[in-house]
Design a protein around this ligand. Structure first.
Ligand SMILES: C[S@@+](CC[C@H](N)C(=O)[O-])C[C@H]1O[C@@H](n2cnc3c(N)ncnc32)[C@H](O)[C@@H]1O
Length: 362
């Protein structure tokens, strides 16, 4: 394999990501294969060749999975539940290592091109629930501030699935919301004793638009395949849901501006009617911004509030301090910052919004 020149520091960071890949909660296969990558210099070298800020584990396995799903048959495929299909049994994950090493040697050029070009764009349509919950929680506050409809901006919109949150049905806490006839039905477990807002009482929308470094074209087969490859091999239901959501959104894709939010948001802010309310949402996006760009990223979002009241909703980091009596479940804060600069956590959610834990209101 071709060796790439990279600093020892960078290689060590990438190795550590594969030694303890806490993110693959529902993928025994990726957990097992991560150990193989951590032990193989050639595979580490490949995994480390993505763009700055990209999670090497997601990117590397996304590239491998993409080739397996779209390329020629390979013995490695027999270990992937997504390749063998939901009705067959894949070979044991623990034994897949040698096949991965052979696969990477065989398809090195293709893998290298994918890792260099593609971004981690896992678009979990289930995260629309975070947006909908947040909008419901802020509805009264927005109505008290302005009688104008809201401009919704998603940063890191990827394929724009979250921006079409109003085209899906939701089930939470035994209650149904949204479009019951939609082919996309999202269900999450409701935890906690806090109040569940009425997810049908939402602010009216004046406009929706997204920003992404590399918008995914929901109508382009190659882009759709990349998103599907980012769904972990065991998660058949997630893949079906993603396909259904891509089809819904392909019927009416939201506008998504291409570029780094730091560069694009000032122009977008200038295009919004002054004084009108705006909501910005980002989920699993800030975590991909390189550390030295974070302050500029935050400032660009805050800039949207210079010409009108801004509600800033996000799902990124763990709550700190964690307000729950039992934080052992982990999760990320569904955080809302208001126009006055105040910040509060509306709920704690599983990273893919499989569960949502409400919090006692202060
Ligand atoms: C992991 S995906 C999450 C997509 C979607 N928000 C979701 O919840 O599923 C992160 C997205 O953020 C985009 N992204 C990362 N950094 C960005 C930046 N500085 N400006 C704009 N988009 C960015 C990536 O291109 C990618 O589509």
């Amino acid at each position: 394999m071709t060796a790439t020149i990279m600093s020892d520091d960078h290689r060590e960071r990438v190795r550590r990501a594969f030694v303890a890949p806490g993110e693959f909660t529902t993928s025994p296969l990726y957990r097992a294969l991560s150990r193989t990558v951590a032990d193989e210099e050639a595979l580490l070298d490949l995994a480390a060749s993505g763009r700055s800020g990209q999670y090497p584990t997601f990117l590397f396995f996304g590239a491998v999975h993409h080739l397996l799903l779209t390329g020629p048959q390979d013995p490695l495929g027999a270990y992937f539940p997504s390749v063998v299909g939901p009705d067959a049994e894949a070979l044991p994950a623990e034994e897949a290592g040698p096949a991965l090493v052979a696969f990477c040697a065989r398809y090195e050029a293709e893998l290298r091109a994918l890792v260099a070009d593609r971004l981690v764009q896992t678009n979990q349509v289930q995260r629309s629930l975070g947006l909908r919950f947040g909008l419901a929680a802020m509805a009264e506050e927005i109505a008290a501030t302005s009688d104008r409809p809201v401009h919704l901006v998603e940063v890191g919109a990827s394929a724009g699935l979250n921006l079409r949150f109003d085209r899906y049905g939701y089930r939470l806490g035994g209650r149904s919301f949204g479009d019951a006839a939609s082919p996309v039905q999202l269900e999450a477990e409701l935890l906690g004793d806090g109040v569940l807002p009425d997810l049908d009482a939402l602010p009216a929308l004046a406009s929706v638009q997204g920003v992404d470094l590399s918008p995914v074209d929901v109508r382009a087969p190659e882009d759709r395949e990349w998103l599907k490859a980012l769904v972990w091999p065991e998660n058949h239901d997630q893949r079906l849901l993603l396909t259904a959501a891509l089809d819904v959104v392909a019927g009416d894709p939201p506008p998504i501006l291409r570029g780094d939010a730091i560069d694009v948001l000032p122009g977008l802010a200038a295009s919004l009617p002054p004084g009108e309310p705006r909501v910005v949402y980002h989920s699993a996006t800030r975590m991909h911004v390189p550390a030295h760009r974070l302050a500029a990223f935050d400032a660009a979002i805050a800039g949207l509030g210079e010409s009108g009241p801004l509600w800033w909703l996000s799902v990124e980091d763990a709550p700190h301090p964690d307000p729950r009596p039992d934080p052992s479940r982990g999760g990320a804060a569904l955080r809302l910052r208001g126009p006055d600069g105040s910040s509060r956590d509306l709920a704690v959610v599983e990273g893919h919004l499989r569960w949502l834990e409400t919090l006692p209101t202060r």
